[in-house]
Design a protein. Structure first.
Length: 117
């Protein structure tokens, strides 16, 4: 099964920045809303940010003003720029592609982000 591939996770100090990338090769990128979700240990997977085919964005309240989602349709890639990172941002971050017509979803394997001094 084709799935998105995330990259860019790692260890960063509080206040630092990271940029996550999600390559969606093999997925009809042009008809998929792309999203980033995260899951901390013992917690549910929650939406962080999403971006529609037309470029409309949606953010969780906890990341507004600090994170920015963008997509490059020519490269079939979606990005999550994360600034002013906090320890509570520590989680596995997952890329999600949702078909705008069928609502079929495809998930990536996830990339770990650890914010710690």
């Amino acid at each position: 099964q084709v799935q998105p591939v995330e990259s860019g996770g790692g260890l960063v100090q509080p206040g630092g920045s990271l940029r996550l990338s999600c390559a969606a090769s093999g997925i009809r990128f042009s008809i998929n809303t792309m999203g980033w979700y995260r899951q901390a240990p013992g917690e549910e997977r929650d939406l962080v940010a999403s971006i529609t085919v037309g470029g409309s964005t949606n953010y969780a309240d906890s990341v507004k003003g600090r994170f920015k989602i963008s997509r490059d349709n020519a490269k079939n890639t979606v990005y999550l720029q994360m600034d002013s990172l906090k320890p509570e941002d520590t989680a596995v971050y997952y890329c999600n592609a949702k078909n705008m017509y069928t609502s079929r979803e495809v998930w990536g394997q996830g990339t770990l982000v650890t914010v710690s001094s």
